[in-house]
Design a protein around this ligand. Structure first.
Ligand code: C5P
Length: 401
């Protein structure tokens, strides 16, 4: 019974896939969950509250202003009761409401009032799913750690074919059970570096690189989903700090090095995902450099290698490094694995401009001393989840050796 002792609020919004929700309730209960159903007004056009009451064994809630329902289990109490709030199907309209924090009915109010993680299983026409507004909302929701199940590709009720179908009830129940029970990094402390560093040349200029920080941030979220306590040490990026993750902002490689070294004494896993500048200007000037001569010569000195320094500590945590390469991926990655004394290295081919730096997608080849695994092109958050599972596996096997 994978969902034993798990209280789930199932929020149902008004899409045709709502007709599958009595089956979803049964699948969740079959795994041991306790389910309370909350419906929006339009959901009731697609599926009967009575059917949902019968299968869940609990009264269905649908009204924020119902005195009797509030007296039985008020909305704040209901919000606190939940271990997970699952919205399935989640319409485009509901996703938009969630993005903007509207609270004009019971379900949207619960989403603001619950401390429980929110999971959505979207269902809508493929054009609506691909619409810029929906995709922009999705990005914000993912940044806020709202988890996404699906949607699946395929034939839709309207006759279109494409992404937007709700996952099948069994798939939703299986994925939810996996998420709840895969707390394989519970009690572990993980430090992750992300983004670029900035090396100042004078008060107005600096040297940096194209790293967006997306992969490091996605890894921090994935690690926390698996139960780890995460510290994210980030260079300057255009991303919101992930909710509930301790995020330390730094600018230069030296600052990143100092911040990392302060966390390593109680760190189980260290992931160096930042694109750290290898060099800094030897002598930063206090005044703006004037363009007087036809040439300008600056002398650079080497920055500390943060990852290597951590991996060489006497009591080193389990270390994962990254290698961005334009050629000989395997050979260079394996060289770094050895030279820096790492436990694992994830290499990506940055000569392909559709993946890697600044893109939404990435693909990785992961190497460790006794094996390797390819993670195919995928959205960075999805890839980060796959990579974190692999790290957790390797970490557990290494520490049990
Ligand atoms: O040697 P290279 O820069 O290719 O190694 C990349 C890996 O080393 C990345 O994981 C990066 O975060 C880390 N690194 C570091 N400090 C540096 C340079 C790289 O932590 N000064």
């Amino acid at each position: 019974m994978q969902l034993e002792k798990t209280n789930i609020i199932l929020g149902i919004t008004g899409g045709i896939a709502a007709y599958k929700t009595p089956d979803l309730v049964r699948k969740l209960i079959a795994k041991g969950a306790k389910v309370r159903v909350v419906m929006t007004e339009s959901a009731k056009e697609f599926v009967s509250p009575l059917a949902l009451q019968a299968v869940s064994g609990n009264p269905v809630s649908d009204d924020l202003l119902d005195k009797d329902a509030e007296a039985a289990m008020g909305h704040i109490e209901l919000a606190r009761w939940a271990d997970k709030l699952l919205v399935a199907p989640a319409t485009a309209n509901f996703m938009a409401k969630l993005t903007h924090g509207l609270a004009d009915d019971l379900l949207s109010t619960l989403c603001l009032a619950t401390p429980a993680p929110i999971v959505i299983a979207p269902a809508m026409n493929q054009q609506m799913w691909l619409a810029d507004a929906t995709q922009a909302n999705l990005k914000i929701l993912e940044q806020r750690r709202i988890q996404l199940l699906g949607p699946a590709q395929g034939e839709q009720a309207c006759g279109d074919v494409g992404p937007g179908r709700m996952l099948e009830p069994q798939e939703i129940a299986d994925l939810l059970a996996q998420q709840i029970f895969e707390q394989v990094l519970a009690g572990k402390r993980i430090t992750i570096t992300a983004g670029p560093t900035r090396e100042e040349i004078d008060p107005v200029r600096y040297l940096s690189n194209h790293s967006s920080g997306k992969m490091g941030y996605a890894l921090a979220i994935a690690a926390q989903e698996l139960g780890a306590t995460v510290t994210l040490i980030s260079g300057p990026v255009n991303l919101l700090p992930p909710a509930k993750i301790k995020t330390i902002s730094v600018s230069s490689a030296q600052q990143m090095h100092d911040a990392v070294m302060q966390t390593t004494h109680d760190c189980d896993i260290f992931i160096g995902c930042a694109a750290v500048a290898d060099y800094r200007v030897q002598q930063k000037t206090n005044q703006k450099i004037k363009k007087s001569d036809s040439e300008l010569t600056l002398t650079f000195i080497k920055n500390p290698d943060i990852l290597s320094d951590v991996a060489h500590l006497a009591n080193a945590p389990f270390t994962l490094g990254f290698a961005a390469e334009t050629q000989n991926l395997r050979e260079y990655a394996l060289g770094k694995l050895q030279r820096k004394k790492l436990n694992m290295i994830a290499a990506n081919d940055v000569s392909d401009s559709t993946i890697g730096f600044n893109s939404e997608q990435n693909a990785l080849s992961v190497f460790w001393s006794k094996g390797e695994k390819k993670l195919d092109v995928a959205d960075k958050q999805l890839l980060a989840r796959q990579l974190m599972r692999l790290v957790a596996q390797r970490y557990t096997e290494d520490t049990n050796d």
